[in-house]
Design a protein. Sequence first.
Length: 257
Amino acid sequence: MSFETILIETRERVGLITLNRPQALNALNTQVLDELNQALDQFENDPNIGCVVLTGSSKAFAAGADIKQMAELNYPGVYMDDFFSPADRIANRRKPLIAAVAGYALGGGCELAMICDFIYAADNARFGQPEINLGVLPGIGGTQRLTRAIGKAKAMEMCLTGRQMDAQEAEQAGLVARIFPVDQLLDETLKAAQVIAEKSLPSVMMTKECVNRVFETSLAEGVRFERRVFHSIFATADQKEGMQAFVEKRKPDFKHG
Ligand code: CAA
């Protein structure tokens, strides 16, 4: 499959997607979101892929939704097209998706990073929801995911003022899992992705589903959901192999089933 706005490659059991619109600082237009979904379909359907990494350039992960495209839009059009709904498909993926963010992650770029399961940031990363400066508001979940990630005080302040957060502040606030020097970001992210990809895929996918459940339910229901999923994993061969390998003091040989 060939793409115009992204690059894709495979490194062992990891799929790597690189946003590739340097002339627009990787601004997200409809084509980018569609191609992202096609690439993710490919990786989701490939049994040899256990984790996916999404990255941009050292200057910009993505500087937002494409303002030049949006400037032409009107209400009936965005409503009828359900504009930005392809982003929801990205959020509903079942294999883990890690964002490796260097440079600008603004507006839709910050929102796309937050859709991923966790964010590794370069020391030059900058996060923000500057839509307020354009007379609009976040439209790919920024008001919701940023608030869940860093709490109301900081999220409200960032969405209302449009100010940017640097990598240090983002890590302290809980938006970012870890920070690396910009030239090490991709290698470190691929290393973590490979660690995840070597685990049993059903246990990885079930873990992701359980952690995400926290945003949809009460504690009691969430614990109950986790317990049921935990019980079900005893039906997998990988559970037998993982525990037997521990008992026999050897490395497990997971078959991802
Ligand atoms: N959409 C379209 N084009 C963009 C863009 C965007 N979000 N961000 C940057 N570009 C384009 C610029 O127009 C410029 O193109 P030209 O060379 O053709 O003029 C090119 O990328 C390089 O950008 P700059 O010259 O502006 O680069 P800079 O280093 O001086 O500034 C920046 C970098 C501070 C990120 C600045 O580009 C900027 O402020 N970008 C817009 C950020 C923004 O407002 N993002 C939110 C978009 S709205 C949104 O995302 C809605 C939503 O919730 C989904």
